[in-house]
Ligand binder design. Structure first.
Ligand SMILES: *Cc1c(COP(=O)(O)O)cnc(C)c1O
Length: 297
C-alpha cells in the first residue's frame, strides 16, 4: 500500500507543542510534547507508528490480519480502523469475554472486525510459534500481528517520530512503556548525546527491560532506561491522585490525558522535574502516544 498516510488521512508530521503546566522547576528546562495523539481522530498515535511499515509493505494477496488484545486495546482499535479503510479483514482475538461489549469492541464490530473471545489460558499462547503456525493454517493469506503491534518491523515507524524532531533535537525523549517496541524504536533512532526514558506503566522491573532489549541490536549502546516508580500498582491500576492529576494537567495545558499511559507518563515527568532530576537547560520531549479511546466506559 503506497501513500498509506493519504489513504488513512493522517496528519503527519505530528505537531510539537511547548507546554508550561504549573510545576516547580519547569523554568530551568524546556518541555515539549510530541502530539502523536493528533495524528488521527481515531487511530491512536503510537499504534499507527508501530503498524506503519507492516501496512505499507503488505503484499496485495494478504486478505486478513489476525491480532490480539484486551477489551479496551488501543492496538486492536487502531488496527481495526486501518483494516476497514484498507479493505482487509481483521480477526481480533480478545482476552476474556464481554457479554456487554466495551466501546472499543462496539467500534470494531461496526468496522467489520471478526471478534474471537478466548480464555486467559488460550490468550497466554499468543507468542508461541506453534500457535502462530496454527493461526496461519486456519487463516490462509493472513498476517499475524503480535499484541500491541510490537514487532521488529514496528521500530522504523517509531523512528519516523524521532526523525520528525530533527530541526530541534531534544536531549531526552520520555514515553510510556508496556510492550516495549515504542521505547526500542525511539532508542534505535537517537543521535549520540540523546537519551530515552521509559515510564513503566505496569509492574515489570527486569521484564520490561528484557522486552525492549529483545528489539535492539546486542551491541547497541544503552541510551535508554526505564523508570519503575510510577506504575501505580500495575497495568490500568490508578488512584485518586493520578485521576486528579490527569484532570489538572488537562486544565493547565489543554491536552487530554488518561490514567493508563499518558497520565502515568506526565505524572512521572512532573515528579522528575520537581525533584531536579534533569540538568538545568535540558530540552525534553514527552511523547503523547494517544490512547484516549481506551478510557471510555
Ligand atoms: C500501547 C500504548 C503504549 C505502550 O507502547 P509499547 O510499545 O507497547 O510499549 C503507550 N501509550 C499508548 C497510548 C498505548 O496505546
Amino acid at each position: 500500500m503506497k501513500n498509506l498516510e493519504t489513504h488513512l488521512a493522517l496528519s503527519l508530521p505530528s505537531p510539537m507543542q511547548t507546554i508550561s503546566p504549573k510545576w516547580k522547576g519547569l523554568r530551568e528546562i524546556s518541555l515539549s510534547v510530541k502530539r502523536d495523539d493528533l495524528i488521527h481522530p481515531i487511530i491512536s498515535g503510537n499504534k499507527f507508528r508501530k503498524l506503519r511499515s507492516t501496512l505499507t509493505e503488505m503484499p496485495d494477496d494478504v486478505s486478513t490480519i489476525v491480532s490480539f488484545g484486551g477489551g479496551f486495546s488501543n492496538h486492536i482499535h487502531a488496527l481495526a480502523y486501518c483494516c476497514m479503510k484498507l479493505n482487509k479483514k481483521l480477526v481480533a482475538y480478545i482476552r476474556g469475554n464481554y457479554p456487554t461489549p466495551t466501546p472499543m469492541l462496539e467500534d470494531i464490530s461496526q468496522w467489520g472486525a471478526q471478534i474471537v473471545f478466548v480464555t486467559k489460558a488460550q490468550y497466554q499462547r499468543r507468542h508461541e510459534p506453534k500457535y502462530i503456525y496454527e493461526l496461519n493454517q486456519k487463516y490462509p493469506n493472513a498476517i499475524v500481528v503480535p499484541e500491541g503491534g510490537s514487532m521488529q518491523a514496528a521500530l522504523s515507524g517509531v523512528a519516523d517520530m524521532v526523525n520528525e524532531t530533527s530541526t530541534m533535537p531534544p536531549d531526552f525523549f520520555i514515553s510510556p512503556v508496556a510492550s516495549g517496541a515504542t521505547l526500542a524504536g525511539i532508542a534505535s533512532a537517537l543521535h549520540k548525546d540523546q537519551k530515552a526514558i521509559g515510564v513503566g506503566v505496569l509492574k515489570g522491573e527486569g521484564y520490561l527491560e528484557d522486552l525492549v532489549r529483545a528489539f535492539l541490536p546486542i551491541q547497541a549502546d544503552k541510551n535508554w532506561h526505564i523508570d519503575h516508580r510510577f506504575h501505580f500498582g500495575g497495568y490500568a491500576k490508578n488512584n485518586d491522585e493520578l485521576i486528579n492529576f490527569c484532570l489538572e494537567f488537562n486544565e493547565q495545558t489543554g491536552i487530554a490525558i488518561e490514567p493508563v499511559y499518558s497520565g502515568k507518563l506526565f505524572f512521572a515527568l512532573r515528579h522528575m522535574i520537581e525533584n531536579g532530576e534533569f540538568a538545568t537547560g535540558s530540552h525534553i520531549v514527552a511523547v503523547h502516544t494517544g490512547g484516549l479511546q481506551g478510557n471510555r466506559k
